[in-house]
Design a protein around this ligand. Structure first.
Ligand SMILES: [Zn+2]
Ligand SMILES: [Zn+2]
Length: 375
């Protein structure tokens, strides 16, 4: 008589914290339960703004033409060529050693494709609508044409003013909890790369509409060409690249990868180095922390992973993680899950733009002479 050895079913493996979060973050569950109403308010504001713009025929602008121009800026030939150069630079001078197809890279590539395909129409609609609303409700804001000043000077003025307003809105993104919920995704990247510039929630663009105001004010005197916008965007994209470069003395004017990495650092306040393309605003408002040996290649991301990231799951689940990240700002507020935005307890002294912070994030004086900053 043969005996049959019956093996009881093994108990299911306990789910990791990240996988439990992934299960809890299913869009259907999150949207059908309570939501964070202020975030819904941002979505409603965007909807109303676009409805107004649409009803006004986008202020006479051609929607499709504007969309095509934006796509050229985002993923046109010149932008792709620049990104290609930056990808090579990431392999030659890496800040952190990463495989060519690291999960973070693949995930940011997905976000880049989503931006080019789906978010670009949203940005176009928001932009045209906002400009039309500002022009019609505040007509005095548009300066008349002043012929004696060359156009390049106006364009330079628009770029600098736009960058300053981007800095201001970025600070607000870190200080206002509602805005932080949309900005959190950008800071969640643990494998920084040039495409991290596209790692943004679509509705974050509502807050950055303010940066369009200089372009409206100087509408009669000059407009930013696609080339200017590509160059501006390339500086911002390169600042996110996984390269150990600081630009030397030029780092006092332009945001370098080493400089912006400090803004994304895992273990310290992230409301420093807020500049987009220019580092002058951080220095002006005492929020500049210049890189040194200790900060090059420093870890990035969010402590405790309050937002689900692609590195947290046992196997790659990019689409599920992406869906969770899109829904995340609308999650009901739970203090344990959503810590307040990381911020510094005190501003770095304005007189010590070369100051750095130790690995633990504590403010400190520069421990290297500023000339060592150049990498
Ligand atoms: Zn930020
Ligand atoms: Zn960034």
């Amino acid at each position: 008589m043969s005996s049959v050895l019956v093996t009881p079913n093994p108990p299911p493996l306990p789910l990791s914290t990240s996988e439990r979060r992934l299960a809890a973050y299913r869009p259907s569950t999150a949207l059908s339960s309570r939501v964070y109403l202020p975030a819904v308010g941002v979505a409603a504001l965007a909807t109303v703004l676009i409805a107004v713009g649409w009803s006004q025929h986008w202020g006479g602008e051609h929607f499709t033409g504007s969309l095509v121009s934006l796509r050229v800026v985002l993923v046109g030939p010149l932008s792709l060529a620049m990104i290609g150069v930056f990808l090579v630079a990431e392999r030659v001078w890496p800040a952190q050693q990463r495989p060519l197809f690291a999960r973070g890279y693949r995930h940011d590539l997905l976000l880049t494709a989503v931006n080019a395909a789906l978010v670009a129409p949203l940005i176009t609609a928001l932009t045209l609508s906002f400009v039309e609303v500002v022009r019609t409700s505040l007509p005095w804001i548009v300066l008349p044409r002043i012929g004696m000043i060359p156009q390049w000077a106006w364009i330079a003025t628009i770029v600098v003013a736009m960058d300053g307003l981007n800095w201001f809105v970025h600070l607000a993104n870190h200080r206002v909890r509602l805005l932080w919920r949309f900005h959190e995704l950008h800071h969640s990247q643990e494998d920084m790369n040039v495409l991290t510039v596209f790692r943004t929630h679509p509705l974050i663009h509502v807050s950055y509409l303010l940066a369009l105001v200089p372009g409206v004010v100087l509408l009669a005197n000059g407009a930013l060409s696609i080339t200017v916008l590509v160059v501006y965007g390339s500086i911002v994209a390169f600042a996110h690249s996984n390269t150990r470069l600081s630009f030397g003395p030029l780092g006092r004017v332009f945001v370098s990868p080493n400089y912006h990495r400090i803004h994304h650092r895992l273990d310290g306040p992230q409301d420093v180095n807020l500049g987009f393309a220019l580092s002058i605003w951080d220095q002006l408002f005492g929020r500049a922390v210049f890189p040194n040996h200790a900060t090059v290649g420093i870890a990035t991301g969010l402590p405790g992973r309050p937002l689900l990231v692609e590195q947290a799951t046992s196997r790659p689940r990019h689409l599920a993680v992406f869906a969770a990240q899109m829904v995340a700002p609308f999650r009901p507020m739970r203090e344990a899950e959503v810590p307040p935005p990381p911020r510094s307890t005190s501003c770095p002294p304005a007189s010590s733009a070369g100051a750095t912070r130790g690995p633990g994030g504590s403010p400190g004086r520069a421990n290297v002479p500023s000339e060592v900053v150049a990498w």
